[in-house]
Design a protein around this ligand. Structure first.
Ligand code: AHR
Length: 617
């Protein structure tokens, strides 16, 4: 196969093309990227009462409603110590199938009410019983109100699988009485050292993807299983003690400790454009809130936008300042709903979209508003010229290849755009859902992504979904990155590596490529990006959706240079996958000698994805 890349013309590529979509599914948030490691730490009503908690020593534990910490945290952990009890006693927490214990400094905090004057010890320990980190401090409390305590301890690296955390005290000092503990939190050092921040190891791993945007907070989990359980922005802000949590749409309680401001901070810290999805009147049970009845929900959206974008003279802007951020956030994109073509939402979406659009656009004309579907029969006939549509694609590998040219012929209007806000090859070609992504699936996605990149004048953003899964606490497979509580468990799927290769080798201009060969089984796209006034980097992305290795010669017309090129390849058997603690399919980098006139000759293995990059100096 011979490719000739024209370096003299081309189309501008979207600078946001590759990003990530996040929702709390598969314990991606609680028990995932959010840094707080104890499960059921607020004993919120949506949790099984004592889930993850158990006694240490001969004490009784209750999820008590007698001493609420706040209107949101209504239960406390009552530790009742029988008369005459001696020695150390207290309670322990199993975390989310264990507590990750790394060489790190841990922050522990809790509220307590009761009478106690003496030592208290917090410890993380492994199944062998070995303590990896511990701190003993004095806890003096003699009050009818809650008192806040915090401490830190340094832990040693552990490679044991399932750790627990415990808090113990001198039982004789409480014998015959109870202590009430509330909102116990345990954090490792967080990403960018933020209070109530993210797990550093997972957030740093996500950085491999060089994501340009974050689409949040979902997904079905934003919609809610029913109207009352939708994601409510105003219950995810401010002190965690004031966040009531809710039953998430994926079958487990959400603490909402990872809330609106934490998402915006993640965007700031990782240099991602926020794409905020707002509730558009459709919950997953098919309930639709139309017309006049939708007004309170539209007001709620306007309040949320004022909270994010208003100055401190506005009520919600002032609230944001009270919660620690004076200046408005940088926010340019709002998605109206999620998959409103599904769950019986299609028929009413045009009118729901129009009314939310008109209220938001009137107040914030510079925001780009995104419809949650590209299905034209669900959209208004007169679709606003500056709005985008969101296409979700969960397909088989063959179907992705069949959609290689999906966006080749859609009309181009100056301000119109498409986002592919969720996609993944989630079934094999026989139609079975995959637990782990495999090389054939990733290769099919790569073909589709080449099609997206070729059309990235109109395809503005694309994000694989789901992003994260806690192995063993998963509702949806395959995901891009998996992990559990064991050291070294963070695993990138084969698709993670494809996303990384494509995102980290991005051009600003998509270049025409001519060839006597047709697309299939090999697909390609070329791009360039200026590095300085005199130097440019060229990229050629390739996917071989076939059973035999292919030889390609790639020439660059319109410019002359002799250079060493870098060639990165990901390949494997069609069913090759990266499993927890066992990554065998990772990109291999080599150098290729060539020159612009003769070109660069490379081999692309069967089911292979490749990127050739060459710098013109
Ligand atoms: O990514 C998993 C789910 O797939 C999302 O919550 C939903 O938007 C889609 O149907």
């Amino acid at each position: 196969i011979e490719l000739i890349v024209d370096t003299t013309s081309g189309n501008a590529s979207s600078p946001l093309l590759y990003g990530i979509a996040f929702e709390d599914i598969n314990h991606a948030g609680d028990g995932g990227i959010h840094g707080q490691l104890l499960q059921n730490n607020g004993l919120r009503p949506s949790n099984d009462r004592l889930a993850a908690w158990s006694p240490v020593g001969p004490v009784d534990l209750y999820a008590s409603t007698d001493h609420p910490l706040s209107p949101a945290i209504k239960r406390s952990l009552e530790v009742a110590v029988p008369p005459g009890t001696k020695g150390q006693a207290g309670f322990k927490n199993t975390g989310y199938q264990g507590i990750p214990v790394n060489a790190d400094t841990y922050l522990n905090r809790w509220y307590v009410k009761g009478v106690y004057r003496g030592p208290v010890t917090v410890t993380v320990y492994g199944p062998s019983g070995r303590a990896y980190g511990s701190r003993t401090m004095t806890m003096n409390v003699n009050s009818t109100d809650y008192v806040f305590f915090e401490t830190t301890f340094v832990a040693a690296q552990s490679f044991e699988p399932i750790h627990e955390w415990k808090l113990t005290f001198d039982a004789i000092l409480v014998a015959g009485r109870s202590l009430h503990f509330a909102l116990v939190e345990l954090f490792p050092v967080t990403y960018h050292n933020r209070d109530n921040g993210l797990r550093n190891d997972i957030a740093t791993y996500v950085e491999h993807l060089s994501p340009s945007f974050l689409r949040f907070p979902g997904g079905n989990n934003m919609q809610g299983s029913y109207v009352g359980s939708r994601w409510k922005w105003n219950e995810t802000i401010g002190p965690v003690a004031l966040r009531p949590g809710r039953q998430g749409a994926w079958g487990y309680p959400n603490t909402e400790s990872l809330g609106l401001m934490e998402y915006m901070q993640w965007c700031i810290d990782a240099h991602m454009e926020p794409i905020l999805a707002v509730w558009a009147g459709l919950s997953l049970d098919g309930n639709v809130v139309p017309g006049e009845a939708a007004m309170p929900f539209i007001e709620d959206i306007l309040n949320e936008l004022e909270f994010l974008l208003g100055d401190t003279s506005t009520p919600y802007g002032a609230l944001r300042a009270e919660y620690g951020r004076n200046e408005p956030y940088d926010l340019r994109y709002i998605e109206i709903g999620n998959e409103d073509n599904l769950s019986g939402g299609c028929r009413s979406y045009a009118s729901r979209f129009k009314s939310i659009y008109s209220y938001v656009h009137a107040l914030y004309p510079s925001l780009t508003l995104i419809a949650s579907t590209d299905q034209t029969n669900c959209l208004p006939e007169m679709f606003p010229a500056t709005a985008y549509v969101d296409a979700h694609r969960y397909l088989t590998p063959d179907q992705f290849v069949g959609l290689f040219d999906e966006f080749d012929h859609i009309p181009r209007y100056p301000d119109f755009g498409v986002i592919v806000g969720e996609y993944a090859s989630m079934k094999d070609d026989a139609g079975y859902v995959k637990q782990w992504q495999d090389m054939k699936g990733s290769c099919g996605e790569a073909v589709y992504m080449i099609g997206l990149e070729r059309n990235s004048d109109v395809v503005k953003m694309a994000s694989y979904a789901p992003l994260l899964e806690h192995f063993g606490m998963t509702q949806w497979s395959p995901s891009l990155i998996g992990f559990n509580s064991t050291a070294g468990s963070i695993t990138g799927s084969t698709s993670f590596w494809v996303q990384t290769m494509f995102s980290r080798n991005r051009g600003t201009t998509i270049l025409p490529v001519s060839s006597f060969d047709d697309f299939g089984p090999v697909y390609w796209v070329a791009s360039s990006r200026p590095l300085s006034a005199t130097s440019t980097v060229y990229y050629v992305k390739l996917a071989n959706y076939g059973e035999t290795q292919q030889k390609l010669t790639i020439r660059f017309g319109g410019t002359t240079f002799n250079a060493e090129a870098t060639y990165t390849v990901l390949s494997g058997e069609p069913d090759a996958a990266n499993y927890p603690m066992n990554s065998t399919v990772t990109p291999q980098v080599s150098t290729v000698q060539g020159e612009s006139a003769r070109g660069y000759t490379v081999h692309l293995p069967a089911w292979g994805v490749g990127v050739l990059s060459v710098v013109q100096i």
